[in-house]
Design a protein around this ligand. Structure first.
Ligand code: UDX
Length: 449
């Protein structure tokens, strides 16, 4: 089979490479010349464990190539995937579909014979129908094009594995012929008995938003329960464990933290609320989630200030982790982008470390002192703040850190350390949804979990 992937962003690059791994000839197209030049030199523009090796393997095998010229491969393609960006519109936060529409037009003008055009980008309900209209308007008279929605559920940092072992594949179209083509594309997964949900395009589009909005809601819910735990002396980790053991609730996505970030949840929850408004069916739960998550990131900075006695003026604060989650260099909507500037505005000097996201963060953050060694952020610091739960932060020598800090204050926004251990090391330790602890003998001593 031959397949064209239009757009080599996160989803396009990972999906295209994994389709090549399935044995399909894949051409990845992008208008960004620099990106394509880098990819042709074997340089991967994103930090994604396992991807670089897989790209190299598939390029060597002759199944994966990169080009800026969309005309190169469309004629031979059995299916053309649209995986271009759908950024939120500045005016109202709704997904901007101009790149999807432009790609649909270009594909239609070039396609010959029978082609399935697949929307892989996360797009609001109704988009596949719009794409259908565009291709009908611009296609060659003797070509036949079916349109299909096929959302992608992969996570950054685990993208290759998620693509290769998805919980389900969703295919939305009215055309059985298109379904057969996509079943062939996903044959290795089909043979592995991955559930396939075959439905209409509208349903498929809503599935993607409903899944992301539900997960974002789950996180926001446990974050609010964490606040309740803090106010009452309870422990959110025990609450999450116990409720997660109920099979109807499930244990995943119940880690309380500084609020969700990333390229999908913030954008998709906002887009869903916009769709609800435009169809006169307000999505009030998701609206509340969007609002609560926005406030949470600000509250996280306030939490650090409170832990520092109400003012951080003139203080040196060390920050571990600026990526929105571990194993990525992505800082889109990362809590660190709100926490760090708020601390700076309140008069703190910030020292920060991240194993992969420093470069991306530097575009958004000013006057941060970046260090290469995580231990260096805590030297002479008045407080240490953990914002991202990178594995390398889980096994730090905390007694060394305690020794080199000016004041032993630790705000752990990912609950990666145990309160009693931190108290033993003399820290005033603040975490999420668990009782705050202070060193033995301190007036601030509170109940230990
Ligand atoms: C998400 C979806 O999981 C994926 O299916 C979709 O295709 C894209 O959006 P991603 O944004 O890569 O993937 O990351 P994910 O691991 O889902 O985490 C999103 C955010 O939620 C992160 O900021 C993370 O720290 C936060 N999170 C996640 C929590 O705060 N608690 C949790 O229990 C889980």
């Amino acid at each position: 089979m031959n397949l064209t992937m239009v757009g080599t962003g996160y989803v396009g690059l990972v999906s295209g490479t994994c389709f090549a791994e399935f044995g399909i000839n894949v051409t990845c197209v992008d208008k960004d010349t620099g990106k394509i030049e880098s990819l042709n030199k074997g340089q991967i523009p994103i930090f994604e464990p396992g991807l670089e090796d897989l790209v190299e393997k598939q390029v060597k095998a002759g199944r994966l190539r990169f080009t800026t010229d969309i005309a190169d491969s469309i004629k031979e393609a059995d299916a053309v995937f649209i995986a271009v960006g759908t950024p939120p519109r500045e005016s109202d936060g709704h997904a901007d579909l101009k790149y999807v529409h432009a790609a649909a037009k270009e594909i239609a003008e070039l396609a010959e014979g029978y082609t399935v055009v697949v929307t892989k980008s996360t797009v609001p309900v109704g988009t596949a129908r719009e794409v259908e209209k565009i291709v009908a308007q611009y296609k060659k008279p003797d070509s036949v094009i079916d349109v299909c929605s096929n959302p992608e559920f992969l996570r950054e940092g685990a993208a290759v594995n998620d693509f290769m072992h998805p919980d389900r594949v969703v295919i939305g179209t009215d055309s059985m012929r298109a379904v057969e083509v996509l079943k062939e594309v996903y044959r290795p997964l089909y043979l592995n008995e991955t559930p396939m949900v075959i439905t209409t395009a509208e349903t498929s589009e809503i599935i993607k938003y409903a899944a992301n909005a539900f997960l974002a809601t789950k996180i926001t819910f446990i974050n609010e329960i964490a606040n309740l735990c803090e106010a009452s002396g309870a422990n959110v980790q025990h609450v999450a464990k116990a409720i997660g053991l109920d099979g109807r609730i499930g244990s995943k996505f119940l880690h309380a933290g500084p609020g969700y970030g990333g390229s999908c949840f913030p954008k998709d929850t906002l887009a869903l609320t916009q769709t609800g408004k435009s169809l006169s069916v307000p999505q009030t739960i998701v609206e509340a989630v969007v609002e609560a998550n926005k406030n949470r990131q600000v509250q996280m900075a306030e939490r650090v200030i409170t832990a520092c006695g109400g003012s951080v003026k003139g203080m040196k604060i060390g920050v571990l982790g600026v990526a929105f989650k571990p194993n990525t260099d992505d800082v889109r909507d990362a809590p660190a982008l709100v926490v760090i500037p708020t601390l700076q505005q309140a008069g703190a000097e910030v020292f920060a470390h991240d194993p992969a996201a420093q470069e991306a963060a530097e575009k958004h953050l000013k006057n941060v002192n970046w260090v290469k060694d995580p231990y260096d952020v805590s030297k002479e610091a008045d407080a240490l703040v953990i914002i991202t739960e990178w594995n390398e932060y889980r096994a730090l020598d905390m007694s060394q850190i305690a020794d080199q800090m000016k004041v032993r204050r630790l705000v752990d926004m990912r609950n990666i350390y145990k309160p009693q251990d931190m108290r033993g090391l003399g820290f005033h330790y603040v975490s999420i949804g668990r009782p705050e602890v202070s060193p033995k003998g301190s007036a601030k001593l509170k109940q230990v979990s």
